[in-house]
Design a binder for this molecule. Structure first.
Ligand code: GEK
Length: 244
């Protein structure tokens, strides 16, 4: 296969009907290229998740990567905590993604990873020192977000951290328009055409529902996290570190 086989061209041709976005084989095949050309700061976030795991992972505890896709955050954490007796649990409900994640784990020689094909709403969270939701919560229905965060909080050690990354909405119309415009400029600079940008946007319309930073902070507090800090923002992509 040539490199171009892995380039995301899923929305390059005009489509008469845009189906809702799903994480199928076609997406799994190009996912690395898609996320790095679509999410500003993705590589930095992945790297920093490893750094944060190194700081917070406790020996004998569990580390969760919920909605792991191809397992980039798990690999980043695994590299940083190789010397510790921790269990890494990578969860995704898309079989096509999880299969490729498994290949990554063997490639990086991460023996203690458990790859679980499940809905994150159904997995048991316990003895957790690090929980990662890296651009996953945004795919749950609004009323399912708080119960998931409450479950995570309940399964977390008092010294634990939740790293929550999300695509966000601006606090008002003007800020939102600015952030969206800058994000689209980022995608254009990475080779996506206006057609690709608008067709992908339509496919994600009802699937990915962004919320404001204020809404996320409020909900994290409601779920029982006492400290919530924003450690990353680039345009409409942010990441929080939340602590009990
Ligand atoms: C990364 N974290 O590269 N249960 C399990 N998995 C789910 C669910 C659910 N209810 N809903 C969505 N997913 C990754 C990137 S991508 C983000 C995360 C994006 C999974 C879905 O199958 C997909 O693999 C992932 O969450 C979202 O660090 O594509 O924008």
């Amino acid at each position: 296969m040539s490199n171009s086989d892995f380039r995301d061209q899923l929305y390059a041709r005009r489509q008469d009907r845009i189906d809702s976005f799903t994480f199928d084989e076609r997406v799994a095949a190009v996912f690395s290229d898609m996320i790095s050309r679509s999410v500003p700061g993705y590589a930095s976030i992945i790297g920093m998740i490893g750094i944060m795991a190194r700081k917070h992972a406790l020996a004998g505890s569990n580390l969760y990567d919920l909605g792991c896709s191809l397992g980039a955050a798990t690999v980043s954490m695994g590299r940083e905590i190789a010397d510790r007796d921790c269990r890494l649990i990578a969860v995704d409900n898309a079989q096509a993604m999880l299969q490729k994640a498994g290949e990554q784990f063997s490639l990086h020689d991460l023996p203690s990873v458990e790859a679980v094909c499940s809905d994150i709403r159904d997995v048991d969270i316990s003895n957790a020192s690090v929980v990662v939701l890296n651009f996953t919560l945004q795919f749950l229905a609004l009323d399912e977000r708080l119960p998931l965060l409450q479950k995570i909080r309940a399964g977390m050690l008092d010294e634990g951290v939740l790293i929550l990354s999300e695509k966000i909405a601006g606090e008002d119309e003007q800020e939102d328009a600015l952030l969206v415009e800058l994000h689209h400029a980022f995608k254009r600079a990475n080779g996506y055409t206006d057609l690709e940008i608008s067709q992908k946007r339509a496919a994600l319309e009802e699937v990915l529902v962004p919320e404001t930073i204020a809404m996320h902070k409020r909900r994290l507090h409601e779920a029982g996290f006492k400290r919530v800090d924003l450690w990353f923002q680039c345009f409409n992509f942010v990441s929080f570190i939340a602590r009990p």
